[in-house]
Design a protein around this ligand. Structure first.
Ligand code: BEZ
Ligand code: FE
Length: 286
């Protein structure tokens, strides 16, 4: 092997990765070498900048735990998470689009019957989520599981609050009519976690660190592609500047203000409430 020079280093590193056992990993690593070398050459990276980057990455790794993944947050604000999502979900027209998963989903949410209140005892504007899970032909899907999670009225998720009990998350299953009716509260727009290395980086910019108001859905049904998505509040603050690029036109839903009276669950509300009407369309499993 020839010794390294500024000119031949990229070629040498690419050659070194020829020894990778898996063809796919080889492809990925060689492309990474090519692009990282290109980047270092393009910006003429100084030794101090390189060390600052290494320290930033090490600090980011130390922040990661079962409850927090700062590297995913970094990927989110770079638009990489949404790019990977787009490449992997080229869905047929008519299917509900997917969007970023985010770091706040928790496995094993409590199963609740249709019509249940997943915000029992919590303050906030009462909101009903109503609709049908359908296939691409419009046929209702029975047995679809809707795993739903969201922030509270202050824009905080369960894992941020350190709650012992499941908070603002639940799983609902559709019956033969494919319908869902869920009672909850309307979440506000909120800031992404700014107390870590991603926050340190964003504070060096004028980038808005907020996400528009939304509710997360993970929908699974046998024979269909799993859908990970959000419903965004129409006309909500930050809808045009989501820091993680998650907003899609078809995911914006009206949170319609209703006067006091009969709610979608048949109860009578003494106060006004919100109703979100939205039908999800799942594409068939590949
Ligand atoms: C979320 O919507 O929960 C989220 C997504 C990406 C980054 C931070 C939060
Ligand atoms: Fe969220």
């Amino acid at each position: 092997m020839p010794y390294a020079t500024e000119e031949n280093l990229t070629e040498l590193a690419l050659k070194q990765w020829e020894a990778c056992h898996s063809p796919r990993l080889r492809e990925i690593m060689q492309s990474l070498v090519k692009h990282v070398h290109g980047f270092v050459r393009e910006v003429d990276l100084t030794q101090q900048e390189w060390l600052a980057a290494m320290d930033w990455l090490a600090k980011t790794g130390k922040l990661c735990s079962e409850k927090r993944h700062e590297f995913i947050l970094f990927s989110d604000v770079l638009g990489v998470s949404m790019l990977v999502d787009a490449i992997n979900h080229r869905l047929p027209s008519g299917a509900t689009p997917s969007t970023v998963m985010g770091p706040f989903h928790i496995e094993g949410s409590p199963e609740m019957p249709m019509g249940a209140n997943m915000a029992e005892g919590l303050g906030g504007e009462t909101c009903f989520l109503v609709g049908t899970v359908r296939d691409l032909a419009g046929k209702p899907i029975a047995g679809a599981k809707l795993d739903i999670w969201q922030a509270d009225a202050d824009g905080m998720y369960e894992s941020q609050l350190g709650s012992e009990e499941p908070l603002l998350r639940a799983i609902f299953e559709t019956g033969t009519d494919g319908k869902y009716v869920i009672r909850t509260i309307a979440p506000p727009g909120y800031s992404i976690p700014m107390d870590g290395t991603v926050g340190d980086l964003l504070r060096k910019t004028d980038i808005s660190h907020f996400r528009p108001a939304h509710i997360h859905f993970l929908i699974q049904a046998p024979g269909y592609e799993t859908l990970i998505t959000h419903l965004f509040k129409k006309d909500g603050k930050y809808i045009d500047c989501d820091v993680v690029f998650g907003v899609k036109d078809k995911l914006i839903a009206e949170f319609k203000k209703m006067p006091a009276g009969k709610t979608p669950t048949g109860e009578i509300s003494e106060t006004p409430f919100l109703v979100v009407n939205y039908d999800f369309a799942l594409s068939p499993a590949k």
